[in-house]
Ligand binder design. Structure first.
Ligand code: GTP
Ligand code: K
Ligand code: MG
Length: 524
């Protein structure tokens, strides 16, 4: 028997736990139903087969959270347009007091209207602009929302915010409070809230695309699907517990549940085996440039950054400390570290630099070794200097620099995948290097186009990985139980569903929310 929100609400009403006459909306899950009426939120809990077990908890929104809030939603400063956003039960009241249109006092929802913004007490016109009213729940926060589009200038903005502050039922919004309300209203789940924040913070094309996917709800859908499938599995086991095989239940149900669980575990594992692609794309690929002294490592950093970020001199051992820069290479965010040249040294300061360089290579997602063609040419064949030889693997990118120091015919020795030859002095080969390197990065980290979701990583935050890993463990634990202890098995599946639910924020949400919204800007 499938448990629905309507049933949950019906039962709760019968039990006298919910006031009638309110419109009930929003998310329904098999075990936890979030039922939301205007300004009152209750969590309806139920076991998914037993309507009798309905329990309605206390409202989870405080008075402060129910008030009408306002904030400037665009950056302060001189510009064409500034948007002041108002959200809450009294948004319509704000309209009638501040917005003067030619036609009517009550706005037509979702329709932009030309208006004057007037002071609620003095009636003084503050600005000429546009206003739009979004009727809840079809708004960003799911509450009634009013947006005032005014001219962006310091005096105009402060006069409008000042006018709003005169209304006793309004208060300034806290950072991220609009988004928090959207979350509490069920409009966004946690992965979407994270996506929204990542979208605002995105600095490269790759980050933008990844964040948009999450903000748009694609990540949410995938996690919800996973959770639904686990619950489907659990339902079979619970049916067995309630009725027992052979009576009302057809045979083979237990085996079927196991087969499904194995499939689920494989799916989760395929999500986990993503080389941390999504997390790396979000936070940046860590690339360490290393090599012997004087190879041109700092020259390379400056070339990539297009500015004199690092000191370059003919003195070997110039770079001591690690110099880190965030760069956009082919749409991939890359945190590039320039390091001290690797060599045996008695200088205690340089020694620390060399030690740090080695640690940076260890910690990096990618390493790029720069060697001077001049250092190689003396030997026969392609022999890397001893100081770097042991650090070069199949994954290491290699740049043979200072091609101007060797004769042209020796060039072929240096060719190969992930290997380039340049002269950072003359600029020879730098275009090919940059193109080839960007392509290599894209091949490793870029997301495939929409549709080929197979290659798009699901996990973008360490939090997702933690919960998915524990879900996989619980499914494992279920598979380790036998048909004799299905009650125990069912419990493991319930934990697995619970773990996946944490990703979307259906469960144990407040601590994650606090951490997340702390970094949001006001007005979002
Ligand atoms: N001839 C030639 N000289 C270069 C080239 N690239 C860099 N140099 C010079 O090589 C010297 C060393 O360059 P850096 O960029 O400081 O080398 P580095 O690897 O950072 O050196 P350390 O930090 O001391 O380990 C400088 O004088 C550069 O101008 C090149 O392609 N050809
Ligand atoms: K140098
Ligand atoms: Mg250097």
């Amino acid at each position: 028997m499938q448990w629905t929100l309507n049933r949950a609400v019906q039962c709760a009403r019968k039990a006298g736990r919910l006031p009638s006459g309110n419109s009930w909306v929003l998310s329904r899950h098999d075990q936890h139903c979030l039922a939301i009426a205007p300004y009152k939120i209750f969590v309806v809990r139920s076991a998914h087969t037993e309507p009798k077990r309905v329990r309605v908890s206390h409202p989870i929104l405080s008075d402060a959270q129910r008030s009408t809030i306002y904030a400037l939603s665009t950056p302060p400063g001189k510009a064409g347009v500034a948007v002041v956003r108002v959200s809450g039960p009294d948004a319509l009241d704000v309209w009638t007091r501040l917005v003067k249109t030619r036609k009517q006092r009550v706005p037509e929802p979702w329709k932009m209207e030309r208006c004057r913004i007037a002071h609620p007490e003095t009636g003084e016109v503050l600005d000429d602009g546009l206003a739009v009213f979004f009727k809840g729940p079809k708004s960003f926060t799911t509450e009634d929302v009013l947006e005032l589009h005014i001219h962006s200038g310091r005096a105009i903005i402060s006069s409008v915010l000042g006018a709003l502050s005169r209304l006793p039922f309004c208060r300034p919004a806290e950072p991220g409070e609009f988004t928090r309300r959207a979350f509490h209203g069920g409009r966004l789940d946690l992965t979407q809230v994270e996506g929204l924040k990542d979208l605002i913070d995105a600095e490269t094309e790759g980050q933008r695309r990844l964040a948009l996917r999450a903000a748009g709800g694609a990540t949410r859908v995938q996690f919800e699907q996973l959770r639904t499938e686990i619950i489907g599995c659990l339902a079979k086991i619970e049916a067995l517990i309630d009725f027992g095989e052979g009576e009302d239940i057809e045979e083979g149900v237990y085996e079927e549940a196991r087969t499904r669980a194995v499939k689920l575990k494989n799916t989760i594992e395929s999500y986990l085996q993503d080389n941390r692609q999504g997390e790396i794309m979000r936070t940046g690929v860590r690339l360490t440039i290393f090599g012997p002294p004087n190879a041109g490592k700092s020259s390379l950093l400056n070339f990539l950054a297009q500015r004199e970020a690092a000191i370059v001199t003919p003195v070997p051992g110039t770079t001591r400390d690690i110099l880190e820069l965030s760069l956009d290479i082919g749409g991939i965010p890359v945190i590039v570290s320039d390091t001290a040249g690797l060599r045996k040294t008695a200088d205690p300061v340089e020694l620390i630099g060399v030690e740090r360089a080695r640690n940076a290579i260890e910690a990096a997602d990618l390493a790029l070794c720069v060697v001077s063609c001049g250092d190689l040419d003396r030997g026969t064949g392609l022999e890397f200097p001893a100081s770097v030889k042991t650090l070069i693997t199949d994954e290491t990118f290699v740049l043979f620099n200072k091609s101007d120091l060797v004769s042209g015919d020796s060039e072929t020795r240096f060719r190969g995948p992930h290997r380039w030859m340049t002269s950072l002095k003359t600029g020879d080969g730098t275009t090919e290097f940059l193109e080839g390197f960007a392509k290599a990065l894209q091949a490793k980290y870029a997301l495939s186009d929409e549709g080929e979701s197979g290659r798009t990583p699901l996990i973008t935050h360490a939090r997702h990985r933690v919960h998915l890993e524990s879900a996989a463990q619980f499914i494992d634990a279920f598979l380790a139980t036998s048909a004799d202890d299905i009650v125990l098995g069912a419990e493991e599946l319930r934990y697995a569903a619970h773990a996946v639910g944490k990703v979307s924020g259906l469960i144990d949400v407040e601590d994650v929310l606090d951490a997340l919204f702390r970094d949001f800007c006001i007005g979002k």
